[in-house]
Write a protein that binds this ligand. Structure first.
Ligand SMILES: Nc1ncnc2c1ncn2[C@@H]1O[C@H](COP(=O)(O)OP(=O)(O)OP(=O)(O)O)[C@@H](O)[C@H]1O
Ligand SMILES: [Mg+2]
Length: 256
């Protein structure tokens, strides 16, 4: 369903993604790991069309992303749900309103759209939002303002908002980094429930290897902007982990 082929990206003359290849089948779950600065977020942003690669291609369901065509990009983003570390919710709005804004499929502009569209949602949007809130386990918080929710509850709202789009692919960038381990595990379990229950392909950036081992079968590791390990979690050895996280170009830079 996702084919990333020979992606290169430079920022300020520095190679951030380097001939990066990644293929993900429909209905798979992949944990993306790698040290800080290795290029994980840049890869996620290339897949959802916010970073334009210098060369290479990204195809979703066999269709190449056309980075020069704004309307085509908008259509691509509609098919991709995004979940972020800091939730990116409208704190002063209710959980339900945040989730309904997902129906617009333009979450990066959600704040503006929410302000301009609250009150104009159809009854079916409201019913659907309640359904997804139920699916993620917080329908009882539907009318609660987001700033009154816990971190785990906020992330459930953010996931519900992404599901509201009915995405084919769910991308998450460190979705549990701001949660305590137990809450984080529950959120990872929710991703698996989404994958199995809704057949949505899930790719998520994670930092805790133990959580990766417990919840994911496939892991892809990025080092210096390229995939240096891609396989079953069981095949990921301590030596692999040392290689992935240590003697990284960035660490060497930091030490120099
Ligand atoms: N828009 C940008 N402009 C300039 N440099 C950028 C930009 N986005 C990312 N970079 C640089 O690209 C490199 C990779 O960044 P990226 O955010 O993809 O890393 P990451 O693997 O997600 O790291 P972390 O684990 O800390 O989130 C970093 O050196 C970063 O400073
Ligand atoms: Mg990142």
């Amino acid at each position: 369903m996702l084919c990333v082929e020979g992606i290169n990206k430079r920022f300020n003359g520095r190679q951030v993604l380097s001939n990066l290849n990644l293929r993900v089948g429909s209905g798979e779950t992949v944990a993306l790991i790698g040290s800080s600065g290795s290029g994980k977020t840049t890869l996620i942003r290339t897949i959802n069309g916010f970073v334009v690669p210098d060369s290479g291609r990204v195809a979703i369901q066999g269709k190449d992303i056309d980075y020069r065509n704004r309307e085509a990009l908008r259509q691509t983003r509609k098919r991709i749900g995004m979940v972020y570390q800091l939730f990116n919710l409208v704190e002063r709005a209710s959980a339900l309103d945040n989730v309904m804004s997902g129906a617009l499929g333009r979450m990066d502009r959600g704040i503006h759209l929410l302000v301009s569209t609250v009150g104009f949602f159809q009854k079916e949007d409201r019913d659907k939002a309640m359904d997804v809130l139920r699916f993620v386990g917080i329908e009882d918080k539907a009318n609660e303002r987001v700033d009154r929710l816990s971190g785990g509850q906020k992330q459930r709202v953010a996931i519900a908002r992404a599901l509201m789009q009915e995405p084919e692919l769910l991308l998450a960038d460190e979705p549990v980094a701001n949660l305590d381990p137990k809450t984080g595990r529950k959120i990872l379990e929710l991703f698996l429930k989404i994958n199995v229950g809704k057949g949505i392909t899930v790719i998520t950036v994670l930092h805790h290897i133990e959580a990766v081992r417990d919840h994911f079968r496939r892991v892809a590791a990025i080092k210096d902007g390229t995939v240096c390990f891609d396989g079953k979690v069981d095949e990921l050895t301590g030596d692999h982990i040392d290689y992935i996280y240590k003697s990284d170009r960035n660490l060497e830079c930091a030490a120099a």
